[in-house]
Design a binder for this molecule. Structure first.
Ligand code: AMP
Length: 395
């Protein structure tokens, strides 16, 4: 069932959204990307003359309700974003919630309290899913970030809507753009991988070696490669047990005729702190006591050239510790190159929590082709895994 073609007039839609947004100590939203992403889906239902029941998780509550994880903190922001007052249900299930849902009129929006205040959510409990399902006529899944989890609200609930279940615009957009990159990429195709550890990116690297022309490696994982190649990496982040794996990746790339681009220089610091002393160093000759926290200028320039000559680009993971201003230049240079490439007509997909945070930090989200809201889910989808939340609807 295509969301856009469905008429919600007079119907109640329960929409699984991803409102797992970062909050500061005053419970203010520090990045509302995920809320903004869900607005078109919500508005489509309201504009059709339907009503909306929103459900999400927030954070990782351990056992039962915890105020710091309450979705009540986002009600005002959400009301402003939708342009209509949002009614809040203090529990995601129960009699009071059922009657609030039953009384919901066309054009109205009800937000349920954090689903994970009930342990049954993450356990994928059928009874819990049924109680949620009973609140509405139609199920819409628009939370790509949790589509890789077989939770009650992301997967099990779909069983109670054999006909009326569909993806919202967010998931549809995600799937379209990832499929475009994976199955319909116009070459040269370049993947840029960064972030902390190579161990969490192994499968994705293996999958991409079948598809890309260029693989750019930055971030903490570059030092595992540098050490595996015999370099001195000082006290940079290294996964000692992944050295052989790094060499295997380089071998496999050669066999697949994929050009791997590793940084030649790095900005090293004498401690993991923005106030540290820092200087430029060769990646393979880092002095003892110094650690690489960003790629160097030469590497950033070389990476930017490759990016600008590519027609399809996938970026996951920052080039350095971009949260600290002294070590963000490499990540910023890559982000700028992606914007340039997009201007020239390349398809650019940014995915994975931290590169998304970076692109938002530099206000470049609307200057690239697509910014994915799914971190782990995106990676699993690219790796070729079947996501339970996707299967529950696609069959
Ligand atoms: P990931 O979630 O694996 O994409 O990792 C993202 C994190 O990696 C960010 O918080 C960065 O600060 C961190 N990171 C990137 N480069 C380095 C580095 N050279 N050393 C330590 N941490 C890094």
């Amino acid at each position: 069932m295509k969301f856009d073609e469905f008429n919600f007039k007079g119907l109640k839609a329960i929409i699984r959204v991803d409102f797992n947004v970062p909050l500061n100590s005053n419970f203010e939203i520090t990045d509302d990307t995920r809320i903004r992403a869900a607005i078109p889906t919500i508005k489509k239902v309201l504009n059709d003359g339907g009503s909306v029941i929103l459900m999400s998780h927030l954070g990782r509550p351990k056992s039962g309700p915890e105020d710091k994880f309450s979705l009540r903190h986002i009600v005002d922001h959400l009301s402003k974003s939708i342009g209509t007052p949002v009614i809040f249900a203090k529990d995601s299930i129960g009699e009071e919630t059922s009657s609030m849902a039953a009384n919901l009129k066309p054009g109205e929006v009800l937000l349920l309290e954090n689903l994970r205040f009930h342990a049954q959510e993450t356990k994928g409990d059928e009874g819990f899913a049924k109680q949620l399902a009973n609140l509405a006529d139609v199920y819409v899944n628009d939370a790509f970030g949790t589509a890789h989890r077989a939770h009650a609200s992301t997967t099990i609930i779909a069983n109670f809507f054999p006909e009326n279940k569909m993806f919202g615009y967010v998931i549809e957009g995600e799937l379209d753009s990832i499929d475009k990159v994976l199955h319909d990429a116009k070459g040269p195709f370049t993947a840029i991988l960064g972030g902390a550890k190579v161990s969490t990116k192994i499968t994705i690297i293996e999958t991409l070696l079948d598809k890309v022309d260029h693989l750019i490696v930055g971030g903490g994982m570059m030092f595992t490669f540098a050490k595996a190649l015999g370099g001195n990496v000082g006290s940079s982040m290294v996964e000692e047990d992944k050295l052989e794996m790094a060499l295997n990746i380089l071998d496999a790339a050669k066999k697949n005729k994929v050009q791997i681009h590793l940084p030649v220089d790095t900005i090293v610091a004498d401690k993991f702190d923005n106030d540290a002393n820092f200087k430029m160093s060769d990646v393979h000759n880092i002095e003892e006591g110094w650690m690489g926290l960003d790629i160097g200028e030469k590497s950033a320039e070389a990476f930017a050239q490759i990016i600008k000559q590519s027609n399809t680009i996938l970026w996951n993971g920052p080039m350095g510790v971009f949260e600290m201003s002294n070590f963000e230049a490499g990540t910023k240079a890559v982000a700028n190159a992606l914007v340039e490439a997009t201007k020239k007509g390349a398809f650019t997909l940014i995915g994975g929590g931290d590169s998304v945070a970076a692109i938002n930090k530099y206000d470049m989200a609307d200057k690239v082709s697509y910014v994915s809201t799914g971190g782990g889910a995106l990676l699993e989808y690219i790796e070729g895994k079947e996501l339970p939340g996707i299967k529950a609807i696609r069959g």
